[in-house]
Design a protein around this ligand. Sequence first.
Ligand code: NAP
Length: 547
Amino acid sequence: MSADQTESSSTPPRTAEHFDAVIIGAGFSGMYQLLKLRDHLRLKVVVLEMGDGVGGTWHWNRYPGARCDSESHSYCYYFDDALLKDWEWTERYPGHEEIRRYLNHVADRYRLRPDIRLNTQVRTARYDVRDNVWVVETSQGQRYTSQFLITAVGCLSAANVPDIPGLANFSGRWVHTGQWPHEGVDFRGKRVGMIGTGSTGIQCAPEIAKTAAHLTVFQRTANYSMPANNGPLSAEFKQYVREHSDEIRQVMHSTPNGHPFRFCDRSAFDVGADEREAIYEEAWRKGGLQFRASFRDLLSDQAANDTAAEFIKAKIRQIVHDPVKAEILSDIDHPFAAKRPPIDTHYFETFNRDNVELVNLRADPIEAIVPTGIKTRNASFEFDIIVFATGFDALTGPLLRIGIEGRNGLRLADAWREGPRNYLGLQVPGFPNLFTITGPGSPSVLTNMPVAIEQHVDWITECIDYMRKHGLSKVEPVESAADAWLLQVQAAANATLLPKAHHSWYLGANVPGKPRVFMPYAGGMAQYRRLCQQVVERGYDGFELVA
Ligand code: NAP
């Protein structure tokens, strides 16, 4: 950074540019929010984006194998039929390059780029009570003020690099999957260690193994995964999608996870063992997250869940030839789908390759990273490259790494010291006119994200429109509404098996010191949509709106 870009605390602040709304982040949510506020409400809006391109999460997650687990025809905007008609996905599950192409297409199609400032990282955002404005400062020294501040920072965008002693001394190269170098990483002939077996590691390992001399996978918690059964989309399917977009949208809006398929309305015990096995077999053959929808009670009844879990564990033992590896991979300690279930392309098969090794960290934990590689309690491994597929400081991380300060100097980090507390995942008491798109407390990561994003953006836009039409300048939830919502979020989670995965990132358990609170709203997207609508119909019940 050059001297003229910096601004020390003693330097007088630069003149601020004023906007009606500042949006942080140019991914799916930030771009749609820009479009709605600028083109529908005719507001003066700017998007501040720290990356050098649009795409948000997909701008950074470029690791080999990075692919979405929502089917491509549902992993896109549905607000404009014309956009749906002029974009054609090529594969069942969209890869990261194709998603970036899509989001760039959207940026061009709606002429969003002039209002997006790239390479602009928001450092602080402070609410000025006197002028009722947010004062936003960037690491590059710019200053903005706005009536509304809208965070569109994503849920899984703050990379979690574990604090393993010795990393700084590693003589090779290390990378985190969520901050993947744009030029790629050449694994050819290299000895690679990969830590983490979540959705990311499970996608990444088969690709790394194809070119690396040797890959060692370090597994702490064994994970379920099912085949994605990815492949090119047929001409017939593409035509079906073009002709049925209304129907697909309707299904996505009426299902708990916002996916374009419905849950079967039968219990796992409405059928006999043989029929159940045949249903799972067929779902496994089809592949994808739809497996979870085979029975309605897989995520609410432990015994029902056990039937799915046992089926998948048996599959793992069948696929993996080495019985020791098979045992480590299938020794799963949580209910199926209580952590986000990954879908894969030949993950378990990868362990049949001669150049792939598996280390069970439960039996032999990592002690340190040494200059030559990784040292566990019982062994040493030499690596040229270490890949951290260790996930994210999810949901709250992307918000808390911005210094957000509300009324009376209240820091968001302090307001959320015991865990995130807000109303509908949209607004936090003490932070007027701040909206958090797909914030904690909303269905967000438990859904097909674009569906959740469109609902949030539409709700926020309607709220701002309402305020302007009624001469209102400030909106903020009342404390009692936030208290009640927090209880509702916990009750929704407790009605499922989700909290039984004690070490999941849904609970913040993957980041040392993070409060253990189940963060997303698990009551289902359709139910959440109804609740948000009711709040509007009751005159923004739970919010205080003032002139
Ligand atoms: P993750 O689910 O949090 O998995 C991180 C992995 O790293 C876990 O296996 C974890 O073990 C391990 N780990 C973390 N810290 C460790 C340490 N200090 N030592 C050893 N192991 C450690 O992260 P992710 O795989 O990046 O996935 C995050 C989410 O992103 C997914 O759940 C999904 O929502 C989304 N995602 C989606 C897709 C897709 O659409 N297909 C792809 C990638 C990611 P423990 O389990 O023991 O903590």
